[in-house]
Design a protein around this ligand. Structure first.
Ligand code: G1P
Length: 296
């Protein structure tokens, strides 16, 4: 995609995070940390790295911690400065977004991902834009995942995809396609959370989208899906039927679905193993647990 006008990235963060209760009773699920960095910060950094400098957060009740995370924390910063904790001060300061670069808008009811994106309509305006889902973490790629989407020469809508096991297709939007050429596949159709029997492939959408602003016309007409939610996938499918192309891009990097517990564990271990001190802790813990298993 060569369109240099795309500068706006939308982060739908209104979801309830029921799979992580009680941890998410008072804490937004997007603030769950992978060691020392909250999920939302990974995707914000990914968007900034890809050149998106206008960030739109579609929030809901109880999500104020996200806003605070990206704001200046004056008292904390002064205390760290006074105590000479300069390295951590640098990390804290790096979270503050440039003045005027972040907007927060509320999705009043959790009516689905499509509805959340529709809430950003007036802030997005009339240029293509990105959507990033904080619970999909893509680490260790040749380039950040969104950068790989931006670099794809494709018209219409572009989504990041990954092959998933057959038994997981019902968690995702799934593309129908006639095979991929290199990293990209041209979609014939897209279906939200099909059963394994119905799924047209195992090629799943993994939480990164570059969308034409025409999507809003489809979202405002979109009927709720079987779950009662307005699905982004259904609006993309309707656009595709009317001739707006959809391209899936297999992004590099290791992907963790941090909307589920296994993804959080995997991402935490992946990050830990990249740090020599933490990697030693992981290995020791596995040894201890193996010894206990054998002893019992
Ligand atoms: C959403 C989308 C789905 C996509 C998935 C990626 O589902 O509706 O199409 O594949 O994100 O994680 P959710 O995880 O919000 O249920």
């Amino acid at each position: 995609m060569t369109n240099h006008r795309i500068r706006k990235a939308v982060f739908p963060i209104g979801g309830l995070g029921t799979r992580f209760l009680p941890a998410t009773k008072a804490l937004p699920k997007e603030m769950l940390p992978i060691i020392d960095k909250p999920l939302i910060q990974f995707v914000v950094e990914e968007a900034l790295d890809a050149g998106f400098d206008q960030l739109i957060f579609v929030t809901g009740r109880g999500k104020e911690a996200v806003e605070n995370h990206f704001d200046t924390a004056f008292e904390l910063e002064r205390t760290l400065q006074e105590r000479g904790k300069l390295r951590v001060l640098e990390d804290v300061r790096a979270c503050s977004l440039a003045p005027g670069s972040a907007s927060y808008i509320r999705q009043q009811e959790p009516k689905g991902l499509g509805h959340a994106v529709l809430c950003a309509r007036h802030l997005v305006g009339d240029a293509p834009f990105a959507v990033l889902l904080a619970d999909e973490l893509i680490l260790g790629g040749a380039a950040p995942a969104l950068t790989e989407l931006v670099q794809t020469e494709a018209e219409g809508n572009v989504v990041a995809v990954a092959e998933v096991p057959q038994e997981h297709v019902s968690r995702y939007g799934i593309l129908a396609h006639r095979g991929c050429s290199g990293k990209t596949c041209v979609a014939q159709a897209i279906v939200e959370k099909p059963t394994p029997e119905e799924a047209p492939s195992r090629t799943a959408v993994v939480g990164r989208y570059i969308l034409s602003p025409r999507i809003f016309n489809y979202l405002e007409r979109q009927e709720p899906g079987p779950s009662g939610e307005i699905q982004l996938t259904d609006a993309i499918a309707a656009m595709l039927k009317e001739g707006v192309p959809l391209t899936g891009v297999h992004v590099s990097g290791v992907r963790f679905d941090c909307g589920a517990r296994d993804g959080v564990v995997g991402a935490t271990l992946f990050r830990a193993l990249q740090d020599p001190t933490l990697a030693a802790v992981v290995r020791d813990t596995i040894d201890i647990s193996n010894r206990e298993r054998i002893a019992s």
